[in-house]
Ligand binder design. Structure first.
Ligand code: SF4
Length: 104
């Protein structure tokens, strides 16, 4: 993906979230099994189903919860690329976004 394509995808996702896309933020996966179940749901999607990815993983365009969790502190976030490196997602993300696959 070129830098321009990445930027365009980031803007598309930002627009979908800003337009009120309802995503599945709860329940947060408390166990490895619950986490793996969400990954399994993501793997069943068509690879081009961007909306499905955002909905299943519970994307929001702001920090989330009492701890104000965000992509910036997630183990899957690549700071210099502004990218989510979780293979099942593999999308550009802003540092202050969040999804329920957040991990440290
Ligand atoms: S897994 Fe979720 S919280 Fe973590 S970087 Fe990716 S989108 Fe952000």
């Amino acid at each position: 993906m070129t830098a321009g394509e990445t930027q365009a995808l980031l803007e598309t996702i930002a627009e979908m979230l800003a337009n009120g896309l309802e995503t599945t933020t709860e329940p947060f996966p408390e166990t490895d099994k619950e986490f793996a179940d969400i990954l399994a749901d993501l793997r069943r999607l068509d690879p081009d189903d961007l909306e499905g990815k955002l909905v299943i993983s519970g994307f929001v365009d702001h920090p989330y919860g009492p701890d104000r969790q965000r992509c910036m502190e997630c183990m899957y976030y690549l700071v210099h690329r502004r990218w989510c490196d979780l293979p099942e997602l593999a999308v550009p993300v802003e540092p202050d976004w969040w999804c329920r696959l957040w991990r440290i």
